[in-house]
Design a protein around this ligand. Structure first.
Ligand code: ATP
Ligand code: MG
Length: 243
């Protein structure tokens, strides 16, 4: 789907500056700890616990970079032809967040995460990541200029479904805009910043997973709710009997 690709490119473009942070900050931590180890081993009394501590920091930081790279591969793969596969939804959330959390941090936007389930979801993981990145990106754009800046990602299970909510510190969307947000090419952003395709493509993806994406007007804050069935319905094929 060409539209889906152009929306991804636009999102990646916006994230690119932030991505440098996502990688450069952990690289600085690794290099700093490698230097400390270098100094420690050249001293007379080698302090093994300190060296182990630095090594574990390096290890954790390498993990962080791997997550970012995984998130990037997940988000950018051409997934239209992918088959549905079981995936842990909390991992998809973590990998997607690792693409933008430094950007949030750099602009003072607090990210709050509440994950209450380790449910497996039968899905095209790359597409679910695409929905999430767009919701996070929209939330970021909405709150960036506010005094109170936060975005909450909530994940819960309800019977056979998962409910994923992205809530931001905005106070809802005025009704004349709210009724159009899911329309293709509807955007309030300047040219080059938004294509207006994010939510309409995301809604299409949710529906192709037999789920829904909606703007939830029942809260004080702006909230988008993605609801997806953990298992995709099976279509039973009947064998035709030969008379
Ligand atoms: N969390 C939000 N708070 C306020 N307005 C929002 C929020 N999310 C979406 N909107 C509104 O809905 C419009 C459409 O969003 P959509 O994600 O479809 O496109 P876009 O963000 O403008 O561009 P694109 O996602 O293609 O880069 C946005 O331009 C904005 O006006
Ligand atoms: Mg968008």
């Amino acid at each position: 789907m060409k539209l889906s690709k152009s929306m991804k490119m636009s999102a990646l473009g916006e994230m690119a500056g932030g991505l440098a942070h996502e990688i450069n900050n952990p690289l600085a931590i690794i290099s700093g700890n490698a230097n400390i180890i270098g100094n420690l081993i050249s001293s007379e009394n080698i302090d093994l616990p300190k060296i182990r501590f630095c090594l574990s920091k390096i290890d954790n930081t390498v993990d962080r970079i791997s997550k970012t790279v995984r998130g990037l591969r997940l988000f950018s793969r051409d997934s239209d032809q992918d088959a549905m596969e079981p995936a842990k939804i909390s991992t998809i959330i973590e990998d997607s967040l690792s693409l933008c959390q430094e950007r949030f941090r750099a602009h003072g936007v607090e990210i709050r995460i509440r994950i209450d389930t380790d449910a497996q979801l039968e899905c095209r993981p790359s597409q679910i990541s695409q929905i999430l990145i767009n919701l996070l990106s929209n939330a970021f754009d909405a709150v960036e200029s506010f005094e109170e800046k936060w975005v909450t990602v909530e994940l819960a299970s309800q019977s056979e479904n998962i409910i994923l909510r992205v809530i931001d510190s905005g106070k809802g969307i005025p009704s004349y805009i709210a009724e159009k947000v899911m329309d293709p090419f509807f955007t309030t952003k300047t040219t080059g910043k938004g294509t207006g395709l994010g939510l309409s493509i995301s809604k299409g993806i949710a529906e192709s997973h037999n789920g829904s994406l909606r703007l939830d007007g029942s809260m004080i804050n702006t909230c988008f709710t993605l609801e997806l069935p953990c298992k995709q319905p099976r279509f039973v094929k009947f064998k035709q009997g030969v008379a």
